[in-house]
Design a protein around this ligand. Structure first.
Ligand code: NDP
Length: 342
């Protein structure tokens, strides 16, 4: 094999306010598949996953994750194929999932034992390992099972319901015998949530711009109130849900995407936590590693059996990644946002 050109996208600058295309830069390096050191593995990345957490890492200050260093390849989950290996654990042709970053090829060092995982694509498509059978799916599983803890007959609401995490939350809640209600932006996404994913109802928050109107729409969709909430958005959406929560309701605070670009997201009625005796708990999926095997096993079996549905938005080529990522933060994606790299 000849030396390969590896296109990469690095973080060029940190956003001030909204992230922009100028924050990213496309660079090239080279990689020689015939010059691997003992233990190294070279992967050709087929798909890159774009995820909301990347926005937090572009900022300087530490949140729950370290900031992304300037000038380095943007972090990101990938699926691909081993194209050269001097590691007995991986053979050429193996399909793998890893954290390959925003680049075409990933060179994995011998000591990086946990960064690559072989996957079976017989019954589960390769891209699903970045979505329903990957980190987003496990996020849904962990938040639902450890915080929301829904019981049959209860009502569970999830925001960003057509997305990678939200779509799985509602289907898992339905499988537990709950009433699943989504919140999503626009009639097309809402129709997908009910007609394709099988939720009982979906509220289009873009058709209800103020708290009173959104809370009213939720009341109609949740006639028995809300027992569990899986929150991905924050701000007005969370305020409206809190107004409709039943006593002793549980809220898994998974994400607050409406504030990721720096918008203020105050909570309108924090006293409701007391008055309605709510449990509101944040969580980070990477801090629940012991639960991943069980979650991945269950999610993989559901996808293989056609009992867990999902949708993907696929941008073409590495150069399209920044634009697709900015679109994700504005809800332009419809389902799991991926970038096809091959
Ligand atoms: P999605 O596939 O759901 O895509 C993001 C969606 O968020 C958009 O499609 C859009 O849907 C919605 N959105 C974007 N901007 C806004 C806004 N300003 N106001 C309201 N909605 C908005 O992403 P994921 O499923 O990957 O992630 C969902 C959430 O889960 C995020 O908040 C993410 O940070 C969080 N997360 C948390 C993890 C954890 O460990 N705690 C791990 C993984 C994800 P719409 O058009 O319907 O508004």
């Amino acid at each position: 094999m000849t030396t390969l050109v590896n296109q990469q996208i690095v973080l060029a600058s940190r956003p001030t306010g909204e992230a922009t295309l100028d924050n990213f830069r496309l660079v090239e390096s080279s990689v020689d598949p015939d010059a691997l050191a003992e233990g190294q593995v070279l992967v050709r990345n087929h798909y890159l996953s774009l995820d909301p957490y990347m926005r937090g890492r572009m900022n300087e200050g530490k949140s729950y994750a370290q900031p992304q260093p300037l000038g380095e390849v943007m972090i990101g989950g990938t699926v691909g194929e081993v194209i050269a290996s001097r590691n007995p654990r991986f053979a050429v042709g193996d399909r793998v999932v890893g954290m390959g970053g925003w680049q075409q090829y990933q060179l994995v060092e011998a000591h990086q034992r946990e960064v690559l995982r072989k996957v079976d694509t017989t019954h589960v498509p390769l891209t699903a390992y970045l979505g329903a059978v990957g980190m987003p799916g496990v996020t849904a599983w962990v938040g639902l099972h450890t915080i929301v803890e829904p019981k049959a007959g209860e009502t569970v609401v999830v925001s960003a319901a057509s997305g990678a995490v939200g779509g799985v939350v509602g289907q898992l809640a339905k499988a537990k015998g709950c009433r699943a209600v989504g919140i999503a932006g626009g009639p097309e996404k809402c129709a997908f949530v009910t007609d394709e994913l099988g939720f009982d109802a979906c509220v289009d928050y873009k058709a209800h711009r103020d708290l009173k109107s959104l809370a009213q729409a939720l009341k109609a969709a949740c006639p028995d109130g809300i027992d569990g909430c899986f929150e991905n958005v924050g701000g007005l959406v969370l305020d409206a849900v809190m107004l409709r929560m039943n006593a002793f309701g549980r809220i898994a605070l998974c994400g607050m995407i409406s504030g990721y670009d720096g918008q203020p997201i105050p909570m309108a009625n924090p006293a409701l936590i007391l008055v309605s005796r709510l449990k509101l708990q944040g969580f980070i999926v990477s801090e629940h590693m012991p639960l991943w095997p069980a979650a991945l096993g269950e999610l993989g079996a559901m996808v293989a059996a056609g009992r867990l549905k999902y949708r993907e938005s696929i941008a073409q080529g590495l150069a399209s990644a920044p634009e697709a990522f900015l679109g994700l933060l504005k809800g332009r994606n419809f389902g799991k946002q991926l970038v096809k790299l091959t």
